[in-house]
Every structure is written in C-alpha cells, then in structure tokens.
Design a protein around this ligand. Sequence first.
Ligand SMILES: [Cu+2]
Length: 873
Amino acid sequence: MSVFPAAKEDLSPLFGCAARFKTRRFAIFFVLTVSAAAFLLFAPGLRQLRSLDIGVGEVASVDDPVVPGRCADTSAIPATAPHENVWKNFDVHEAVAIRRWLWAYKDANGRGFNLTSETAATDLDNSISLIETFSPPKADVLAYFDHDGESPQRFAKIVLMLGRASPPAISQYLLGPLPSIISALTLSAAPLELRPLKHIYTRPDVPYTARIFPQNVSYTEKFLLGLMAPLHNATQDLLGGVVGWGSGAGQDFISPPTILFSGTTPFSYDGSFRRMWLQLKQNTPGSYLKMLDMNLYVDLTSMDPAEWYLIRMVYNRQVFATTEEFLEAYTNGTLKRSTRPDEPASEDTWAGRERKGTKRDLDERAGPRQVSFNGPRFRVDEDNQWVSWMGWSFYLSFARDMGLSLWDVRFRGERILYEISPQEALAVYSGSDPHQGSTVFLDRGFGMGITTRSLIVGYDCPYEALMLPAITHTESGTLLRQDAICVFERDSGKPLSRHTGYLRGETGATKGYEFVVRTISTVGNYDYMFDYTFQLDGTIEVRISASGYLQGAWWDDTQMSYGTKIRDTYMGSVHDHVINYKFDFDIAGTRNSLMAISLENEVVQLPWFEDDWGQDVRQQKIVRKIVTNESEALLDYPKNYEGAYVIVNQEELNRWGYRTDALLINRSARGYAIHPGMSPIRLTNLDSKRTENNVNFAKHHLAVSRRKESEPCSSSTWNINLPGAPPVDFYKFFDGESIEQEDLTAWVNLGTHHIPRAEDSPMTLTNIATSSVLLTPFNFNDWDPAMESMNAILLTVPEPGEEWTGDENGVEIEYCLPPRLKKFSYPVLTTFEEDGTPGDPARVHQMRRQAESYHAIFAASDFQTSKAIQPRT
Ligand SMILES: [Cu+2]
C-alpha cells in the first residue's frame, strides 16, 4: 500500500485554474528523503506538513492511528556472479601461501632471497614489499567470459626490496601460473615459475634510491634528531617549539616533540641521488597547515645512514651551509629573525574538526535521509565482488597503488568497458620557499589502496549502503580494511527526463535514480573520494572530490603570488591536482575508433531566403573525423567545448546508421562520448624538470592509445621519485600505431587548479574541490533506454472540467516502518601476521604512523620507541 493519501493540488498557474492534478502519490518526491522521525507525518489523512515550531521529541498526532508494519530488509540481495572474479586480490590464506613459497624459494644455484620479515625489515634488509593479483591477459578473460573458455591462469605480482643485494635493488616478479587452490601452493608445484616482471615498464629497472617508504623510519628519525639536537634552544626561541623528545638539548627525552618535519618528493631526478627538502611544522592538530619558517635539504643517498648529511638549511630566506653556521649567526646576532608563529595555545582548535560558531535555525534536528521502503534494488555476489543494478553489472578489484578498479562493466548485457581504473593522482605546488617550490606528489607511490580508509556510515555513505572490505599485502603486512567500499542507490532528487504537453503520451517524468560505488583514501593531508555513478540511460559519471587539509606554508609577503593567507602566519599554497583514469572501452566489441567531432562556423547562401536578412546565412555545422593514429591522439578538449570525442565501432551502426564512403565515417556508428564534467583540467606547467617525463599523461586533457598488455598503467609506484627517467613514460605509448578499429584505451584526466581560500580552513570542501567526466551513450542505442524505467509517471491530459490522472506502472512506495539505525561503530583496521594469524593490535598504531608518511615525520612515533633513539654525537 502507498503511504500517500488521495489528494488534489493546483498545478502551476501556467496551466490556468481549471487544470487539476490527481494521483495518490503526488508527493513522491518527498518520500525518499524523509527522516525516520518525520515518517509518521505522512500518514493517510494528513493534509499538510506540521509547522516548523514543533519541539523536538514531541509526538506527532495523526488522523490514522494504524501503525505500519516493518519495511523489507534493506540488505543487498545475494546473487551469483556469471563468472569468477579473475581480478580479485588474494585473501589472507593465499597471501600466506605465496609468502611461504617466497621464503622457501631457491634458484638454480641454491640461493634464496634471504628475507627478513616485512614488519621487522630495515632498508638494509631483503623483504617482501608486495604480493598482489596480476591481471590476466584480456584475451584469456574474454575467452572465459564470452566463449565458455577456461578460467584464466592466475599470477601474482611480487615486489621485493633487496637492501642486502649489491647493488641494492627493487625487484619485481611474476609468480605463476598458480594452482587453482592457491592456499595449497607448494614449492614443488609445477609448472610454477618466478620470472622478472619487466614488460609493463618503459624503464625496466627501478633504482633503490627511488624507494618510497623507509622500511624502518627510525633511521631517518635518528638522523634528524642528531641534526636538530644542537638547535634545540634556537628553535624554541625562534619557532616556539623543539624537534625531538626532551627539554634539555635533546638529551633527556622528557616531553614529546612540539615540532615535526614535513618532507617533499621527488627524492631524485633519475635515481642518481636521494635527497629531500624537510620543512618544520607545529605538532598540533592540523599540523599540515602549520608550516614553520625553517627548511632543511638533506642527502639520504648512502646505504649507510651514518653518511647522510645536511646540504643546506634556510631560515627567513637566509641560506646556511651547516647547522653550525646557522647557530653562529643566531648567537652573534647577525641572524635576521622571522615573525614568531601563531602560538598553538592561543587557538589550538582552529584547525580541528570540533564544531565552531553559532548554531543555525533548526539545526538540532537530523536532516533528511534516504530510505528504500520497498527493499534494495541491487544484487551482490560478495565473494566475487560483483554487483548488478538496473541493467548495469560489474566486478570490483582492489590493489595497493590506486585502490578500487571496476571490470567488465556491462549495460543491459553488453560490455561497455573492460576496465575503469584510476592511474595516478598528481599534486604540483608552487611557492617562494624551498618546500612548496619543490613539491610534486604522485600518490600512487604512497599507495592510495593502502591509504583507503573505512567509511563513516551515515556521513561518507548513506545509512543503507552496502559496505565491502578491501585487502592488501604490502610492506605493512596484510591489512584488511572493513567498510572500505560502499555501494548504494540514491534518488538524484531530479527527473532524468520530463515534459508537460497536451497530446497523448507527452506529459510525465522518469525518476533520476543513480547507483554509486565509492571509496575514500586519506593520503597524508588529503582525502580523495572516488565516485563511480551509474545512471539509467547508460551514463557513467566518474568523479573525484578532495577534502582534508591543504598543504600549508609559512606566510610572508613574498608568498603573495603563490597562495592565500589563512591565518596570521600560515597560508595555503596554490597547486594543481591531476588524476588520471584508464577507460578500456569495448563499444559493441573490441574493434573501436576515436571520432573527433568539432563544431565549425560557416557562411552559406541558400536560394530560398528572402532579402530581409541578407543572402548570407551564418551557422554552425558538425565536422566528424576519425583520428587514425596514436600520435594524433594526445588531445585537449576544443575551445569553448565546441565538439566531442566519441569512442565508436565504425562497423556497428544503430538502427538509423548509414555509410558515407567519401568520408569513411559511419554516421550513427554506435558509440560512447567522453563528456567533460566539472573542472576537466590538465597540468598548468608543462616544462618543470620535476615533472619532466613521469607525468606525461597529465599534460593533455585526454589521450587514446591502442590497448596493450604491456601498457596497463599510465604511471607506476616509482614514477614519483624518477621524473627524469620514470619506469613508465606515458609518451612512449604513442608511437604512431593505427588506432582505427582497434581495441582502444582512453586515458582521461580530472583535477582542479586549487587556488586556496580562507574557507579551505580547516578543511577543503568536496563541493568545489571536485572534478568529473561522463561516459555517455552516443548513438549506442536507438533511443533513450531509460524509457524502460517503471519508476516513471505518465500523465493523461484531462478533458475540460476533468482532473489529471497519473499512471506509475503499478509501482507503489510501501507504507512501512524502516528499521532502527544501527548504533554508531567504526571498524578497527585488521592486521595479520605473516603466517596468517591475527596481528598485534599495536601494529595498527604503526599503520597510523605510516599513513602520514613523510608529511609528519615523528608525528605518530610512540614515546617508548622514540626514547630508545639516541641523538648522534
Ligand atoms: Cu588541493
């Protein structure tokens, strides 16, 4: 039964007073956004919403005392995926088996890897850095999915940090084919092989100097503590805090540090050195915003930490070769003193998330929430991470570098995309200080998969969302993150299509339901929200939104052109975000072409026009062109967006298609357009040495290349530290090959030119810091397939004096009581030891420490560990 009473309501004055609307569910728009508390207000017989001055907690009076029954269960409906998920990452037992195999491995000469456990290893040891599913060849998957072939053989991607090797190396391998029951893997399993993994890189070797995380942070901490110990009094005086534990020249370790270090990348240009700028910052909440006026440039190239050294330091724009030189200027009075930073004690919560300011009217009430009164409308195979909703279906996978990917994305049974996956997230900063002017972060290196966070139910995702876990096996051990992925249907709050007319069948609307898949990664200061939104007409919106903390900088007048002041002594620095995505389109099969449409102006004389307006007709025309060669497929969106890029299959036409031999373009070839959404930008500065070859994907709005197993990613884990000679140089994909009727990959950028503003404090807002692209059918269908939707209304035009009637295809919203919301809970990260037994909860603490990586050196070090570190004498 419906929650809504029969009712009459005037239509818009546009229709005159005679037009009336009659439907039992005229107010459907409201129903999915009512709060549970407001639910009873809609009981039959109630004719108006209650006035807004009702006290909270007051019981609503209703005309109809009937208490509704409970709503259907809103858990996702279990399903069985049509095939097994061949991209799914290894589970705990499988990773344990592979780890054991690696530990026991001996080569033909009887030599093993001499591995140290991941959690105990230092940079000087050999250890396992990654165990991960390696995607099978597409041809094998299509044979399995489309032609009843065998399930593809599975391989593991293995990354080893070989600190004991000479020279030390980062080595990558493919291990496989793995047995069908991977957890039963044994050393004698044949024909298992361990082979170097090189074919996916344009530079096959990865120098050890390009490694991301130090395997044991304490070396770096010890070095920096030793460096800073003599400056204890000076930093207390000049910066209002100290580095390292203690109150007496760094020797007695009594109090926690009040100053941290924030590091930059890249560490290197081509691997020939490993150097880092480190800026000091306050150790109070929101430390990312609280950079101080002191920077150190350090050389960490040597494998012997005793040989690390300070190259120079900068304070108040004065450069010193050594700390002694700085101290001498400080003590003899020649040092030009900078402003003292904002005192942490005076406003120590301004950068936190505690509620601030005046309460707004009625804000003590919970806002509306969506309720699926009739139960869920999507199905999930949780084992195979396969989801279906309203004709859409896809598989999910999860990896260390970039987190979530979507595979075999189908609409109404047809594959649209073989793969959707983020590739890299780039942030390039500018500034008048050493830190900002040298920072280029590529977050793939930090691991947007291992930095994926549990989602906060009711905030990050709706209460009804299905939450799924994610697992990774890295240098941090095996991490199982619960509630890492959420999937949910939502009412967009607007019709997908509508019209009001006067002839039969013209008036009505289709509800704009959407289905969302979401993850959030917190990479140091920033939170990136990845959204994939599926719509009823076949459109997929891919969106990235950012929140979290800006990377702050120390404010002085020289910074005016490079950012915006957000506090007395702090500023946000201008920067570009560019996030690259891979879209492996399969439009009506794998033989696809890229059609570039442009709109051009023309002046024509046509014989039928009178002289009133002149003989010349000025108008636009559509010019369609097939881009035939990869070298012509590094593309920008046309000026004023006068055009479109469409992936088409020239041999597959929709019902209205026809051939024009002269142009060799099939008109109305079935296609999908890459439609720029919000902020479809590319990198601003194309000439920096710090982004010379490692982010070539970011230098155009989009690019289309022939799909190859040897070109699976536009970046790599180590591109971050090798701008001059990266493992993946994207431009090398574009070598003049034909892209006409070939299997194509589109590489598309999202991003923002982030010009900071005071409202970025305390945190950046997802409404502005967001970017999107829509992949939308373009003659793929013969008409709008969303017209299939039963959640639509058709109105019948009334005869004079009669009322409007509406046909809603028999779909009624249940009158029922939604289940009580679960008590708030937030899952703790689950870790596992190398043998698969539950991990020590203390490891979670180490995870937090790693999460902030180079952005907060010393930030999460626990007191006991740090006590053991003695400053260098
Ligand atoms: Cu930003």
